[in-house]
Design a protein. Structure first.
Length: 124
């Protein structure tokens, strides 16, 4: 299958997964869950979904457990919404990139506060 079609389907899956995650009623799935990356196989049979929760690594892992238990529902919804003959099998993987980037931002902000403020000389 052409890479353009796969990338288009990947983006469509990502959009629909975002909407489906909002509809899931499982309390384990965080309401602040973000999809970091979606990898779709060339034959459209497997789809790896990397997710991250703002609340931290523990909540991300708990959300992944909830998503794995609801994988059948998610697969059925994707097939119906995107009109796919065969929906891919979803593999949800926890990613701590949001927590990591928040930590880097906090470190940079602390470093900037610790540094004395130097005024720029006025240009004439």
């Amino acid at each position: 299958m052409s890479s353009i079609k796969i990338s288009r389907i990947t983006e469509d899956i990502k959009k629909e997964l975002t909407l489906i995650f909002r509809e899931i009623k499982d309390p384990r799935v965080s309401k602040m869950l973000s999809i970091i990356k979606v990898d779709l196989s060339n034959d459209l049979s497997h789809c790896k979904v990397y997710v991250s929760a703002i609340e931290g690594r523990e909540q991300t892992e708990e959300s992944v457990r909830g998503l794995k238990s609801g994988a059948g529902y998610i697969r059925r919804e994707i097939a119906a919404r995107l009109h796919l003959r065969k929906a891919p099998e979803f593999h949800f993987i926890g990613d701590d990139s949001i927590e990591y980037s928040a930590n880097i931002n906090r470190i940079l902000a602390d470093e900037q506060k610790a540094r004395p403020f130097h005024e720029e000389p006025e240009l004439k």
